[in-house]
Design a protein around this ligand. Sequence first.
Ligand SMILES: [Zn+2]
Length: 229
Amino acid sequence: MQLEKIINITGKIKVLTGLHIGAGDAALEIGGLDQPIIKHPLTGEPYIPGSSLKGKLRSLLELRYNKFAKNGNPCQCSTCLICCVFGVSGAEKNKQSIGPTRILVRDAYMTENWHQQFQRGELPMEIKYENVINRITGTAENPRPLERVPAGVEFDFNISVRLFEGDKEDDMLGLVKQGLALLQLDALGGCGSRGCGQIKFCNVHINEQEITEEDFQQALEKNISIDLA
Ligand SMILES: [Zn+2]
């Protein structure tokens, strides 16, 4: 399969409500925060792992097209556009026919302004206490501190889509655009149902061409034919 072109998608992710992308249990320290966010190991700066962004885009698109596996795992059919764009695991034998994963989602770091503010120590992360309400007494119990990137912070994101011969460019880019539009209506990271992780994509460009809010709206309404078989 011949690589024909690489389309670059860039822009900013603006945090609208506190963003919690968990660091996982491995990062738990004794006496440390109960639910810390993921941070760069050298700088200590919060970032959005490309895998988190990619996983969320994929899962929303799978919901949109009813393509996830019965057990809730990602689609691995190897015959749909979602598998083609986001990839299938190496074990899938049909992998050859759809070729390599088309999308490449890079880690998103804070924009220069926010990075500098963080460096100066002027950007503390937010700690939100989550209570469980006792149904009988009506009182709050067991507050669990949840670390979040505060609202307002912006990250630079960068996604590449690799197009191979025979790929339908409009469908592939349409799918990615639709994923981004769906994510604006959903949430990134954890605790979305409790108000965390609402984000907005700003200043989005696909190959230098600006994508407006209206473009995102149109992308949402589009029905892309995702069956490749
Ligand atoms: Zn599939």
